[in-house]
Design a protein. Structure first.
Length: 146
């Protein structure tokens, strides 16, 4: 994700890495010959998604292949470790595998919130705040979404 020495990109196969609308992957770690080493507190494993598709929006959906998206189902979100050398802005947060990889107990700070709605009713979306409302502010966008 950060296009440095310890970065890798994995292409997911819709047949083996997708169940319904959920994409998933298992990456072996910590053992000899495994893809990832066992992380330490200072070396968290962060991840995000890139979506391929039509950047012009023909067919109803616009995709920005260079943009990294966070995982809306992540147990933890962390700020990227450093600025990414990308043509698009660095995302504010990426999914963190630290809780799972370090076998930490998921506490108050990282526990997933209990949702009143069923998963099928939960929607995560990206809004350009500057054009979403007349005021172009985060406060106005939050009010419009309530």
């Amino acid at each position: 994700l950060q296009w440095r020495e310890n970065t890798m990109e994995l292409a997911l196969n819709p047949i083996s890495h997708r169940t319904g609308n959920v994409w998933h992957i298992e990456v072996p770690y910590g053992g000899e010959g495994d893809v990832l080493h066992a992380p330490t507190r200072d070396d968290d494993v962060l991840y995000g998604f890139r979506c391929e598709g039509d950047p012009e929006g023909r067919g109803g959906s616009r995709f920005f292949p260079a943009q990294v998206l966070f995982d809306p189902r992540a147990i933890e979100l962390r700020a990227p470790l450093s600025e990414m050398e990308e043509p698009t802005p660095t995302p504010r947060f990426l999914g963190s595998l630290a809780a799972a990889l370090e076998r930490r107990v998921v506490g108050e700070r990282t526990a997933p919130r209990r949702r009143e709605q069923e998963q099928e009713q939960v929607v995560a979306f990206d809004v350009d705040v500057s054009t979403f409302t007349r005021e172009g502010t985060l406060r106005a966008a939050a009010s419009a979404l309530e």
